[in-house]
Write a protein that binds this ligand. Structure first.
Ligand code: NDP
Ligand code: MG
Length: 364
């Protein structure tokens, strides 16, 4: 039995995690949860799981994270959206808990420092992002020393086939209409611009210690192959299952075991064709920019921060969809290889990039 704390319990990852816990009473138990502003859902969670003192709001209780992480547990799921997730991950590890990590910003902003912190305390970081969960599982089976290349799959999002000249005028509603995954608003916009795949290239580099030249992206609209790794002998290994985030969450929660998830399995007789194609790098500049950003820690931080600010402005209808890469590109150009020796420096660089992004928005 694993006792689980869920951070960001009211979100998309949080809700999938809670469903899994509800469906696996023999293997999993919820002992604590946090959310930010959705008080009604927090109350529902407290009632549904019969938890009196383990449910906190980070909006009204400054010490919410610290209090929830003092509860005895075996693993913490970080399903917080955006850069606030980094502080939570640091605290999880400092409190000596294994981390099931959906919050990709943690690795994009501070992958090396976070890995060092986990190693110093002998703790596990188990990726939940579906591509990274797939790669993590494949590398465990194949052996990291045998891997020559990582290939991240991308659904392509709602604008996969949209002509470039129509990108300028896409609406928020169109960008929020993801073809295969139901997720929070920020990551859904990122999937439409391919910034999500960009963040995932950066995430893969820092998480698996693989240079960005050895991380490729392919468009795979069915979202059934969750990523590939290639071994030195040229063979590709992929991980295939239905597009359901409960699958990678379950893998993280039950690691290192392989238990019966009870989730619907993929029936290959019913599946139809699997398609793969090269991304349209020129029409999705957020993907090309990510390869530049992945080079250094400072540029990774800047890419994430500028994109977060720009996406919030797009969601508020202050800028157009194509302004997002324009703003990020300008911010990135200002971030040379800066040293990034501690978390304080990470937050400083993050703030500097945000300021530049806000300036960029004002000029739009
Ligand atoms: P959602 O927007 O659906 O949920 C976000 C959660 O974080 C909510 O519980 C929200 O609380 C909480 N939250 C928001 N702001 C803060 C804050 N400042 N401090 C503490 N908690 C906060 O996001 P997703 O579940 O879609 O994504 C979560 C993370 O997982 C992201 O990093 C995303 O990139 C990653 N991810 C998500 C996938 C998915 O399928 N959704 C797939 C792969 C990765 P409240 O609702 O109460 O405001
Ligand atoms: Mg992903």
């Amino acid at each position: 039995m694993k006792r689980v704390i869920v951070l960001g319990a009211t979100g998309s990852i949080g809700s999938s995690t809670l469903r899994l816990i509800k469906d696996h009473p023999q293997d999993l138990a919820l002992v604590g949860a946090t959310a930010h502003s959705n008080f009604d859902k927090l109350k529902e969670i407290a009632t549904l799981f019969n938890i009196k003192n383990g449910i906190f709001s980070t909006k009204t209780d400054e010490d919410a994270l610290s209090k929830v992480l003092d509860i005895d547990c075996d693993i913490v799921v970080n399903g917080i959206s955006g850069s606030p997730g980094l502080k939570a991950s640091i605290m999880v590890l400092e409190k000596g808990r294994d981390l099931a990590l959906a919050n990709k910003e943690t690795i994009v902003m501070a992958g090396n420092l976070i890995k060092k912190l986990a190693a110093a305390k002998n703790l596990k970081i188990l990726p939940v992002d579906s591509e990274h969960s797939a790669i993590f599982t494949l590398i465990e089976k194949i052996g990291g020393e045998n891997v020559s290349e990582i290939i991240l799959t991308a659904s392509g999002g709602p604008f996969k086939n949209l002509p470039k000249e129509q990108m300028e005028s896409v609406t928020v509603a169109q960008a929020l209409n993801h073809p295969t995954w139901k997720m929070g608003a920020k990551i859904t916009i990122d999937s439409a611009s391919l910034a999500n795949k960009g963040l995932e290239v950066i995430e893969a580099k820092w998480l698996f210690d693989v240079p960005e030249e050895k991380i490729k992206v392919i468009i795979h609209p069915q979202s059934l192959v969750h990523s590939f790794v290639r071994t030195h002998d040229g063979i590709l290994y992929g991980q295939i299952s239905k597009p359901d985030m409960r699958q990678p969450i379950f893998a993280a929660l039950t690691h290192p075991n392989c238990l019966d998830s009870g989730l619907p399995i993929l029936d290959l007789w019913e599946t139809g064709s699997l398609e793969f194609s090269k991304p349209r790098f020129e029409d999705f500049p957020m993907l090309s920019l990510a390869y530049d950003a992945a080079k250094y820690e400072s540029t990774s931080i800047a890419y994430n921060a500028a994109n977060e600010v720009a996406v919030a402005a797009f969601l508020n209808e202050e800028i157009s969809f194509t302004d997002i890469p324009r703003i990020c590109g300008k911010v990135l150009a200002d971030f040379h290889k800066c040293s990034c020796e501690n978390f304080l420096r990470v937050f400083e660089l993050d703030e500097r990039a945000r300021k530049l992004a806000y300036e960029g928005i004002r000029k739009c």
